[in-house]
Design a protein around this ligand. Structure first.
Ligand SMILES: Cc1cc2nc3c(=O)[nH]c(=O)nc-3n(C[C@H](O)[C@H](O)[C@H](O)COP(=O)(O)OP(=O)(O)OC[C@H]3O[C@@H](n4cnc5c(N)ncnc54)[C@H](O)[C@@H]3O)c2cc1C
Length: 435
C-alpha cells in the first residue's frame, strides 16, 4: 500500500510513542483509522458488533475531501474500479424549475468529480486492507460503555464482560454511539427510504448525475448511480424517497402501488426503477440525526466520524468527514508529545471544518426536507438563481466537494489525482463494454 500526505513526511519523523489502541466500529471511520494507526506502528484492535462486519444501507457519495484520504492511503484505484463518476447534482421541482444545479466543474480544480459508490464497495476496499494487514478484528462484540482503569481504558461489552486495558479507545461506532458524552441524540423529523437497484446501459437514467425531484420540500425522490460491486457485477443506482419519521409505519401498511403512484406523479421517468421494487422490504428506512460534541475527546477516549458529529446526508459529507477524522487522528498522534496533546491537536485540526459543515447542513436541510413552504420558496427563488453567478457557483461546488473551509492543507493532504482516477474509470468502462 502506498501512503502519501505531507504532514508526517514534511516533519521527517515517525511516531513519538506507540500506543495500544482499541477501535469500536468497522465503518469508514473505524477501518480507515485502524489502517492508518497500524501503519504508524500502533497496536490496533478493532471491535465490531456484527458477527460478519457489513455496511448497512445503499450508496453514498465520495467527495474530493474523502478521496484525498483514500488517495493518500493508496486506495483511489480500487475505489475507481467500483464507483460511478458523478459530474453534477441536478434537482428540479415538480413544475420543472431548476432548484439545484451544482456541477463539480465550477470547483475550478482540474477535473475533480464526485464518486457514487455502494457502501459495500467502500467497506470491502477498506476491510480487505485490514485483513491483508493482519489486524486483529474482533467481531460479535457490542460495546456498551468504556471504563477508565488507572492509566488504561477498558471496553464494557453487552454481556457485561470487560476487555483488557488500552492506552486509547477510539469510538467510531456511528451516530447511535452508546458511549455517551452527554449531548442530545438529535433525530431529525425527516429520514428517507433507500433501495439499491440494478440498471443497464439501455435504461433512461443519467449515469453521471445525482438527480432529484422535489415537491416543495415535503417530497423528494432521487437517483444516485453507484457503479458496480465487482468486475462481473451489474451497474446499480441508489434510489431514495424522503419520508417523515412519524409516517414510516403508515407507509409500511400502505399498498406499494399507492406509494408508487405518488412517486410517479412527481417523477414519471423513474417508472422503470419502480417496476424493480416489488415489496416494502426492498426499501430500507434511514433515520438521520444531527448532533456533535464540541470536544470529541476525554481521558484516553476519542470519538471520530458520526460518533463525533452526524448530520442529515443532504450535503453528502458524513463518510468523507469520517475519513478526514481518521487521518487527522493518526496525524495528531504522530505530532503530539503525549497522548492528550495528540488528541487535542487532531481535534483542533478538524473542529472548524466539522462546525462549519454542521452549521451549513443544518441550514440547508430544511430547503430539501421540511413541511414548511418558506424554505423551498427560498431555495427556488433565491438560492437557485444566485447559484448561477460564478462566485456563488464556485462556493456551492466547494461546499458539495467537502472542501469549504480548506480541510486538506490543515491535514497535510492534497487534492487527489483525478486524471488518474478518471483514466482508471474509463478503462474499466471500456473493458465492460467489450466483455
Ligand atoms: C441514507 C444515508 C445516505 C448517506 N449518504 C452519504 C453520502 O452520500 N456521502 C457521505 O459522505 N455520507 C453519507 N451518509 C453518511 C455516512 O453514511 C456516515 O456519515 C458514515 O457512514 C459514518 O461513518 P462512521 O464510520 O463514523 O459510522 P458508521 O458507518 O455508522 O459505522 C459504525 C460501525 O460501528 C458498528 N457499531 C455500532 N455500534 C456498535 C457497538 N455498540 N459496538 C460495536 N460496534 C458498533 C456498526 O456496526 C458499524 O460497523 C449517508 C447516511 C445515510 C443514512
Amino acid at each position: 500500500m502506498l501512503w502519501r500526505g505531507r504532514l508526517g513526511e514534511r516533519r521527517g519523523r515517525g511516531i513519538r510513542q506507540a500506543y495500544d489502541i482499541a477501535i469500536i466500529g468497522c465503518g469508514p471511520a473505524g477501518l480507515a483509522a485502524a489502517l492508518l494507526l497500524h501503519k504508524d506502528g500502533h497496536a490496533v484492535t478493532l471491535f465490531e458488533r456484527f458477527e460478519t462486519p457489513k455496511p448497512l444501507g445503499s450508496g453514498l457519495m465520495l467527495q474530493p475531501s474523502g478521496m484525498a484520504v483514500l488517495d493518500a492511503m493508496g486506495l483511489a484505484g480500487p475505489i475507481a474500479k467500483r464507483g460511478a463518476r458523478i459530474d453534477a447534482l441536478r434537482g428540479l421541482t415538480e413544475t420543472g424549475r431548476t432548484a439545484l444545479d451544482a456541477p463539480y466543474s465550477k470547483l475550478g480544480s482540474g477535473e475533480a468529480f464526485g464518486i457514487g459508490i455502494h457502501r459495500a464497495s467502500l467497506f470491502s476496499v477498506l476491510y480487505e486492507e485490514v485483513l491483508g494487514a493482519g489486524l486483529d478484528a474482533r467481531t460479535g462484540h457490542t460495546v456498551e460503555d468504556t471504563r477508565l482503569d488507572g492509566t488504561k481504558r477498558r471496553l464494557v461489552f453487552a454481556d457485561g464482560q470487560c476487555s483488557d486495558g488500552f492506552d486509547l479507545v477510539v469510538d467510531a461506532s456511528g451516530w447511535a454511539s452508546r458511549i455517551e458524552f452527554g449531548e442530545r441524540q438529535g433525530l431529525l423529523p425527516f429520514g428517507a427510504l433507500w433501495a439499491t437497484l440494478t440498471v443497464t446501459a439501455d435504461d433512461p437514467h443519467a449515469p453521471n448525475l445525482l438527480e432529484q425531484r422535489y415537491r416543495r420540500a415535503s417530497q423528494m425522490v432521487g437517483v444516485l448511480p453507484i457503479g458496480s460491486r465487482g468486475p462481473s457485477e451489474p451497474q446499480e443506482v441508489a434510489f431514495f424517497w424522503s419520508l417523515r419519521r412519524d409516517a414510516f409505519e403508515r407507509w409500511q401498511s400502505t399498498p406499494l402501488g399507492q406509494w408508487k403512484d405518488e412517486v410517479r406523479a412527481l417523477w414519471p421517468e423513474v417508472d422503470f426503477l419502480l417496476d424493480r421494487i416489488t415489496a416494502h422490504e426492498d426499501l430500507t428506512f434511514a433515520r438521520y440525526a444531527h448532533r456533535s460534541a464540541h470536544r470529541p475527546y476525554r481521558e484516553r477516549l476519542v470519538r471520530i466520524g458520526d460518533a463525533w458529529h452526524s448530520a442529515s446526508p443532504q450535503l453528502g459529507q458524513g463518510a468523507n468527514m469520517a475519513l478526514l477524522d481518521a487521518w487527522g487522528l493518526a496525524a495528531g498522534l504522530r505530532e503530539g508529545r503525549v497522548l492528550r496533546e495528540g488528541l487535542r491537536l487532531s481535534a483542533s485540526w478538524r473542529r472548524d471544518h466539522v462546525d462549519l459543515y454542521q452549521a451549513v447542513t443544518a441550514a440547508f436541510t430544511p430547503l430539501f426536507q421540511s413541511d414548511a413552504t418558506i424554505w423551498p420558496a427560498l431555495r427556488d427563488r433565491i438560492v437557485a438563481p444566485l447559484s448561477r453567478f460564478a462566485p456563488i457557483a464556485h462556493l456551492q461546488a466547494q461546499l458539495m466537494s467537502g472542501l469549504f473551509g480548506f480541510p486538506l492543507p490543515m491535514l497535510g493532504l492534497e487534492m487527489p489525482d483525478y486524471s488518474a482516477i478518471a483514466a482508471s474509470m474509463a478503462a474499466r468502462a471500456s473493458a465492460e463494454d467489450q466483455s
